[in-house]
Design a protein around this ligand. Structure first.
Ligand SMILES: C[S@@+](CC[C@H](N)C(=O)[O-])C[C@H]1O[C@@H](n2cnc3c(N)ncnc32)[C@H](O)[C@@H]1O
Length: 319
């Protein structure tokens, strides 16, 4: 389960699928310590080992350091989804704990106009926390190629983990954000293969975010992708995100439909089971009309890409 501990963010990524849940649109900007403790109780009841913090920008929560300390005191590991543009207090809070206890997925996608002072903050975080970080990029536009070379340099310069997580921008059901349409997936395949070749040269692995499909790649491209990754999964399963107001959703692309309340459940597995059951009919469609005849999908090698496309295709707008 991912905890949206704040709806405040210091960036404006054009493709952001969390934008409907960010400050201004929602009344509660910070998740309460009580709610976070309740989730930790829930996790630990089911042998959960990891607390996953995101936002907005989670390091902007005024009690970020207390949240992290409490999780580690309970024996949990912490994964922070951050853009790296952190206040000094949060850098120091992370630095205090062993590297293996807190890791950071650092979104360094370039699609935002960042103030120079924020870029400086990220430099500082990279210097001090680089060894805990996996850099992540989200491709949101086929005309605007992301230069992976600079990320490979950052990995070396700041001693970051030798991995880059790549994702494609997914839509928000019923809303508008910059995203990749499935008709452009073969072009995305080409972009990823170009990245992969650069990664292979530097012995950096590519990891993949959810909603990717095998049909993005031709046979030759597959060979390149397989050489640069520790595993390619075409997955789409309930992530389960929790907002500061106690609302739950399947994942950000589906954040505006099928909301539930945390207070209705006593176990995380109950939430996952409910969403699996509810989403099952949409998985049959896949993200494009071609999915119905697809051999990868028939053989269970692909789940049909991001469910948001399937739901938009079915024109579902229910709650
Ligand atoms: C919503 S952000 C919040 C946490 C933090 N502020 C950050 O930038 O990582 C979490 C992750 O979602 C990814 N993301 C945002 N919008 C997306 C979209 N439309 N499709 C796929 N991933 C997206 C970001 O690249 C980032 O890695």
């Amino acid at each position: 389960m991912n905890l949206l501990i704040t709806t405040i963010c210091n960036r404006k990524c054009r493709f952001c699928f969390a934008k409907m849940r960010l400050a201004g649109k929602q009344a509660t900007p910070f998740m309460s310590r009580k709610m976070i403790n309740d989730v930790m109780d829930m996790l630990q009841k089911e042998d959960g080992r990891q607390l996953r913090l995101l936002g907005g920008e989670p390091t902007l929560h005024p009690e970020f350091s207390e949240i992290v300390d409490a999780a580690i005191e309970r024996g949990l590991d912490v994964l922070v989804f951050s853009n790296g543009m952190m206040p000094e207090k949060s850098i120091a809070a992370i630095e205090r704990h062993p590297v293996e206890k807190i890791s950071i997925l650092c979104n360094i996608s370039p699609q935002a106009d960042d103030h120079p002072s924020l870029i400086k903050r990220r430099e500082e975080a990279l210097k001090r926390l680089g060894c805990r970080m996996v850099p992540g990029v989200t491709i949101s536009n086929i005309e605007e190629e992301i230069d992976i070379g600079q990320y490979l340099e950052s990995i070396e310069k700041f001693g970051m983990k030798k991995q880059i997580r790549v994702g494609i921008a997914q839509p928000i059901v019923g809303k508008d954000n910059e995203h990749i349409h499935p008709k452009d997936y073969p072009k995305i395949g080409g972009i990823i293969v170009k990245m992969a070749r650069q990664c292979i040269e530097k012995e950096v692995l590519l990891g993949f975010d959810c909603g990717m499909t095998p049909c993005m790649f031709s046979g030759d491209q597959w060979e390149v992708v397989m050489t640069c990754t520790s595993g390619y999964r075409s997955q789409c399963a309930p992530i389960i995100d929790l907002g500061p107001d106690g609302n739950l959703w399947h994942c950000f692309p589906l954040s505006e439909v099928f909301n539930e309340k945390l207070s209705s459940f006593s176990k995380r597995t109950e939430i996952v089971e409910l969403y699996e059951k509810r989403m099952k009919p949409f998985h049959q469609f896949g993200c494009s009309p071609a999915c119905v005849r697809c051999k990868f999908k028939r053989r269970g090698l692909c789940r049909g890409g991001c469910l948001a496309h399937a739901i938009q295709g079915a024109n579902y707008s229910g709650k």
